[in-house]
Design a protein around this ligand. Structure first.
Ligand SMILES: NC(=O)c1ccc[n+]([C@@H]2O[C@H](COP(=O)([O-])OP(=O)(O)OC[C@H]3O[C@@H](n4cnc5c(N)ncnc54)[C@H](OP(=O)(O)O)[C@@H]3O)[C@@H](O)[C@H]2O)c1
Length: 252
């Protein structure tokens, strides 16, 4: 990069795409990036009103955001999203692959359709989006952040398809960190419990919290602050898979 290009890249407004930005972790990441003065492209699948809420929070902060809909299980929808975002913004500094499926199926009942659906969203979509936005990310000396899971390496019963897809995502993260640097960094974040699954009872929460060394679950904001830190304050972090789990993955 020439000195003039470097000065321009430091002064121009940064742009991020966050998938699954209508609720929970994705929403917190999008809002935190807006606080850091990013323009945020908000992807959603079904939760349009949630994505509109995210946009509203961002506008209330004085920021800007745009909405994009896509079912990322479909390769063609990933390509459409890449086209739409590329038309809407002139560059992309940060891609956050956050959208994910998480639902238990006992291994004996696991069929190929469910397996493939899980892999399409959790692994194929991050692959396609990373590749589709690569030129943008290269020009911006950008960053890809993949939302992984401590359960990739310490699986929960009933989640063979989910854990395997997240283990694949860790593999993809490390592979891209090797292949795309120094132009583009790629980093994984592995949450423990940061947003409770819908329907989790207080008793279930307390039982899990008891196992966590910090004696409590984390929050979506814990993830969002780390995304901001990796992007803006930690330019030498590349290829790391960073647990945010209150120490849960350290114990057996
Ligand atoms: N929550 C935790 O404590 C925890 C723990 C470990 C790892 N993680 C990881 O952290 C990330 C965020 O967690 P979360 O709990 O906030 O996630 P989540 O609520 O389970 O899902 C995030 C988003 O994925 C989107 N999504 C679902 N199906 C989709 C499809 N077919 N196409 C496109 N998008 C689709 C949904 O968008 P719509 O709502 O718009 O349909 C949803 O908002 C995930 O990657 C998750 O695996 C979370």
């Amino acid at each position: 990069m020439s000195q003039a290009q470097e000065t321009h890249s430091k002064t121009r407004r940064k742009i991020a795409l966050v998938t699954g930005a209508g609720a929970r972790v994705g929403q917190a990441i999008a809002v935190e990036l807006a606080r850091a003065k990013f323009h945020v492209c908000l992807h959603y699948h079904q939760n349009k009103s949630g994505a509109q809420d995210t946009q509203k929070y961002i506008e209330d902060l004085g920021g800007t955001a745009q909405l994009f809909q896509a079912d990322l299980r479909q390769a063609s929808a990933c390509q459409d999203l890449i086209r739409q975002v590329s038309l809407a913004v002139e560059h992309l500094d940060l891609l956050v692959n956050n959208a994910s499926l998480f639902s238990p199926v006992a291994f004996e009942q696991l069929d190929l359709t469910v397996w493939q659906e899980m892999f399409s969203l959790n692994l194929q979509a991050p692959f396609l989006l990373s590749q589709g936005f690569l030129n943008h990310l290269k020009q911006a000396q950008g960053l890809i952040i993949n939302l992984c899971d401590i359960g990739a390496e310490r699986p929960l019963r009933g989640y063979a398809h989910y854990s395997s897809s997240k283990a694949g995502l860790i593999g993809l993260t490390r592979a891209l960190a090797v292949e795309l640097a120094p132009a583009v960094r790629c980093v994984g974040i592995s949450p423990g419990q940061v947003a409770w699954p819908p329907g989790y009872t207080n008793a279930q929460r307390e039982k899990l919290a008891e196992r966590i060394p910090m004696k409590k679950g984390g929050t979506p904001e814990d993830i969002a602050k780390l995304v901001r830190f990796i992007m803006l304050d930690a330019p030498y972090i590349n290829g790391a898979i960073i647990p945010v789990d209150g120490g849960l993955s350290c114990r057996y």
